[in-house]
Design a protein around this ligand. Sequence first.
Ligand SMILES: [Zn+2]
Length: 403
Amino acid sequence: MSAPFAVARLPRLVVGPGRLAELPDVAAAFGRHALLVTGARSFRESAAWDPLIVALEAAGIAWEHLAVSGEPSPELVDGAVAARRADPPDVVIGIGGGSALDAAKAIAGLLRSGTTTLDHLEGVGRGLAYPGPATPFVAVPTTAGTGSEVTKNAVLSGHLPGGGPFKRSFRDEALVARVAILDPDLLAGCPPAVIAGDGMDALTQLLEALTSTGASPFTDAVARAGLAAAAGALPSWHAAALAGAPGVATLTDRAAMSWAACCSGIALANAGLGAVHGIVAALGARLPVPHGTGCGVLLAATTRANLAALAARAPGSPALARYADAGRILARYSALPDEAARDSLVAELQAWTEALGLPRLADFGMTPADLPAVVADSRGSSMRTNPIALTDPEIAAILAECL
Ligand SMILES: [Zn+2]
């Protein structure tokens, strides 16, 4: 029998090609005044923008638009909230990648609470309980990666007053989107580098949730489903996009990765993550390493280090069998014995890293001199659910291997 567990709140999921067309009806259920939060350019310039605006107006919805470039900061969120407090929208619609969704999620959280990001931001904020209420938030991802459409946290990046950079979460179950629309048509324009980085983020989140000390029968089922979806889809979608294949040729892969990313968000929200996310958080606060790319760069080396540490110090850990399961799923060979499946997992992850053309940490300006500080900062909440406690020299060796 498993240990007791709970399943966190989820949005209503609307899944399938063409389902963006339902957004006006979804939004109208919450009111007549919508704030659309998108990335800087890509969705605004896509073929989907004009029909969406026409449909929103036909549904009697007054809309305003906020474009977010790069990772959202507390200042961006607080500024957007302050500008709208007198006449707040009834619904916030985030359409974009993880940064646009996180910005929309945080803005929706603060429009009616009367508080600011730094009242609640973990680690660097005032530590006040979030009072709510959150404005209804609808999430429409245009990439397949972060899983922000189903999680309760918004990641914000900034600088401490007079201090160093930070990247921290504003987190509350009330922030979870009411509805998430997963329409793979919106992923047709993803450039190969985005497919690679976001896809490796999803893959990392799935593997870390599956092997987390916080895993449950629910997260196991979701993480395995996501890994199976990603196994066939990510390398072939990336290769087709690199070759300039027409969108119709990649629909099956886009749908599979959209679902894999959603599963990764559900799994991480309920099981927690592991060492890759612990190290990436420390890297991202210090160097311009995009989150998903950083995950992809570190995933094979970290998995190898976790397996070696488990074999040496916790040979009875259930995580070893879970890594073997992941190896069988990615290899799509269910008869692979445990030991061979774990070897195959590391080999597959390494092969994907190379096939997807991921860079090395030195490409972001990292040098051996940065190692001690990154190691010291890597022990955040993600690291605490890693299947084995890694030592400082083990973490340093992972980073050195990826330099
Ligand atoms: Zn991630």
